[in-house]
Design a binder for this molecule. Structure first.
Ligand code: ZN
Length: 206
């Protein structure tokens, strides 16, 4: 546990000093340009992969980077309140859904129920991605790895669609006042793929 305290000491004596002016400027206000919705997975580090600084990203992280449907928003307030605040109060320009390789949440969609019964809240949460599971199952993919990445990528697209069920996002999106992006982060290679809606595929950012 001591490494956590050591981390603060190092932050105070090194990193904080490097960005002292930035922290001063941000001390009473924030104006992030992007709402980043990513997985809680410890290997997905939003500021690292986007090379952004404090003040730039408003971040929501949950298991499998899920956006509940608007009609279910009362049930999942932690996520839906943060979306509401980012879009309506902070007026972000972009919403970015970022999925990733080897996602435990996506894998758990296909886990047998005896496994997930030990995790009732996780199980209920993942029901929000049931459509993704059904779509993948309908493709009868034999290869496990292929099914894995298909699930993770389809899940990103599905959550982008869920965002449009929010009337205040739909309105802004229609007026081109907000961008909705879908990314797929490959942990091992560091590659990030951007979803191209016209081509319906993810294209590596180079
Ligand atoms: Zn994940």
């Amino acid at each position: 546990m001591e490494y956590l305290f050591d981390g603060v000491r190092e932050f105070n004596t090194k990193d904080y000093l490097e960005y002292k002016n930035l922290f001063r400027n941000l001390s009473r206000r924030q104006a992030p340009h992007t709402l980043f919705i990513g997985c809680s997975d410890s290997r997905v580090v939003p500021n690292l992969i986007t090379k952004t600084l404090p003040g730039e990203l408003f971040v929501i992280r949950n298991i499998a980077n899920i956006v509940p449907y608007y009609r279910q928003s009362e049930e999942y307030l932690a996520t839906t309140a943060a979306i509401e605040y980012a879009v309506k109060a902070l007026q972000v320009e972009n919403i970015l859904i970022c999925g990733h390789s080897n996602c435990g949440g996506c894998k758990a969609l296909f886990a047998d129920t005896s496994l997930t019964s030990e995790l009732p809240h996780t199980k209920k949460w993942l029901e929000l991605a049931e459509r993704v599971k059904q779509k993948v199952l309908s493709e009868h993919i034999e290869d496990e790895l292929e099914r894995e990445w298909k699930t993770e990528q389809l899940n990103v697209v599905e959550q982008m669609n869920h965002l449009i069920t929010y009337p205040y996002i739909k309105e802004k999106y229609r007026k081109k006042e907000i961008n909705i992006l879908g990314w797929y982060y490959h942990i091992e290679s560091g590659d990030v793929f951007n979803y191209q809606p016209e081509e319906k595929r993810f294209v590596k950012i180079t």
